[in-house]
Ligand binder design. Structure first.
Ligand SMILES: C=C(O[C@@H]1C=C(C(=O)O)C=C[C@H]1O)C(=O)O
Length: 97
């Protein structure tokens, strides 16, 4: 085994560390989004509102598409991710009310 670092492998490692950091941040943001759902659930319970609000979901999805376009990423893929995030939030809300 050679002691000389392979520059291509090093930069691959560095890039993967960057992805690892970003992945952690993504999970942290998902957790933050989910924690807010607990508070939303409390407000809805207080006002006797249902967990699902389809018009709000449409606004969230539309915003996701606009943000995706702004950052030049595939809007349909980003929307698919947001569909899952909304479902995750609703599961959390149903558990906490
Ligand atoms: C968080 C809410 O509850 C649900 C979850 C949503 C979301 O995750 O963005 C949007 C609408 C609701 O169906 C809300 O009403 O704002």
């Amino acid at each position: 085994m050679s002691e000389t670092p392979n520059p291509e492998e090093m930069s691959l490692d560095e890039l993967r560390r960057e992805i690892e950091d970003i992945d952690r941040e993504i999970v942290e943001l998902i957790a933050r989004r989910t924690y807010v759902a607990d508070t939303v659930a409390a407000v809805k319970e207080d006002r006797d509102l249902p967990t699902t609000d389809e018009s709000q979901e449409e606004r969230v999805m539309e915003r996701a598409g606009e943000n995706a376009e702004q950052f030049d990423v595939d809007a349909n893929l980003v929307k698919a991710i947001f569909r899952l995030l909304i479902e995750l939030n609703k599961v959390e809300q149903r558990e906490s009310r």
